[in-house]
Design a protein around this ligand. Structure first.
Ligand SMILES: [Zn+2]
Ligand SMILES: [Zn+2]
Ligand SMILES: [Zn+2]
Length: 138
């Protein structure tokens, strides 16, 4: 059965993080003439979540992965203040029990340096090979 009317509508917003239009939701509707002569309307409403899974206001775009997060999930690195999403935020406990949000680069530069011995051991371990050379001098 062919629909006699199709209606497609998009709800959009100007995304300050990307400068582009972003789709918030869409509605799709079609009217179908049934066998009994009635006009039936079928449709669906789709909501588009942000990359963080929320429907809230946009907080910004992650410099690392480009994900658009809401105001609650999006953050800034405490050291270099680059924008980071929840997935790329590394939380580091600081003095006073406060949690510092760091980007990966700043985490590598500051936190890891203090534990350089342990980190070096960890990084090197997969490359350690216990190969023995059997010298055959006959
Ligand atoms: Zn990210
Ligand atoms: Zn969110
Ligand atoms: Zn940083």
């Amino acid at each position: 059965m062919k629909p006699i009317r199709i209606k497609e509508q998009y709800e959009v917003t100007d995304d300050p993080a990307t400068g582009h239009e972003r789709i918030l939701g869409s509605t799709y509707e079609e009217d179908i003439l049934s066998d009994r002569g009635s006009i039936n309307t079928l449709g669906k409403v789709t909501h588009y979540a942000l990359h963080c899974g929320c429907y809230d206001e946009i907080g910004g775009r992650c410099y690392e992965c480009g994900a658009i997060s809401c105001v609650k999930c999006h953050g800034r690195c405490a050291v270099c203040s680059c924008p980071i999403c929840q997935a790329h935020s590394i939380f580091v406990p600081s003095e006073g029990g406060r949690q510092l949000k760091l980007c990966r680069q700043c985490y590598d530069k500051t936190v890891r340096r203090r534990r350089i011995v342990g980190v070096t051991r960890f990084l090197l371990s997969p490359f350690i090979r216990f190969e023995r050379r059997h010298e055959n001098r006959t």
